[in-house]
Write a protein that binds this ligand. Sequence first.
Ligand code: AMP
Ligand code: MN
Ligand code: MN
Ligand code: MN
Length: 284
Amino acid sequence: MTLQINADLHCHSTVSDGTLEPEVLAARAKANGVELWALTDHDEIGGQQRALEAAQAEGLKYLTGVEISVTFADTTVHIVGLGFDHTNPRMVEGLADTRDGRGPRALEMSNQLAKVGIHGAYEGALKHAGNPKLISRTHFARFLVETGVCRDTSEVFRKYLTEGKPGYVEHRWAKLGDAVQWITQGGGIAVIAHPARYHFSPTVEYALFSEFKQHGGLGVEVVTGSHSSAEALRYADMAREMDLLASRGSDFHSPTESHVDLGKLPPLPAGLTPVWSQLSDRVH
Ligand code: AMP
Ligand code: MN
Ligand code: MN
Ligand code: MN
């Protein structure tokens, strides 16, 4: 595969917290000039077969994908998996366990929001969830926008759904090593998603990258919808220094909420090895 192709290896469908169906995303990716695509729903691979078939129907190259929620240093970190076997039982069961905590967490979020006068948030969020097992903060955010509590989802996160705010509930996700192993044992490559989002100190960030590599992780997202151009350059340096493959993905969720559309990203900075150069035998 050529190195500078329009690869978009991170986005979400109604199977997690996106607003478009996998088939609609495939068509949008194709129309936007994407040449290699992966759907990476949170903690869920139930959309993979649909995405793969829709991509094939569009004549679009496809890699299987997932974005796994992990707890590292008391912080939620996201690990993207690419090109793994989506029928691997270890992955299927591991993700089911990871998802299990979402229901009780959502009920607790709703109880906390009720204490600040926002009622019916659980039922309201559930109506926005295409997949009730995957109820997420995004669905709560959409409910609070719908009911006029906030103007947009960013405001909801700022005021209600982040650490220290009334609707935020501490949660334990998967272990870093487990998530990486589910991906690599199924023949895929594990990638640290949007590293600038975690705001780790240099020491903790180094610990994350080192432990990730020790577990068999190979890649890092350099160009993503969540990074500024300065952050992309910073993590390009990090990829070179730590000998990691570089990934690129919009993290597209919705035409009205996402700032970066599918395939509408800058190219990877020079001097990096793209993750897709090591995945040509995994392309569908
Ligand atoms: P959860 O997995 O339930 O904790 O929800 C995490 C999701 O919330 C992320 O994948 C994003 O889609 C969304 N999210 C997190 N922070 C923000 C933010 N500041 N503004 C908008 N969406 C956010
Ligand atoms: Mn999301
Ligand atoms: Mn993420
Ligand atoms: Mn994402």
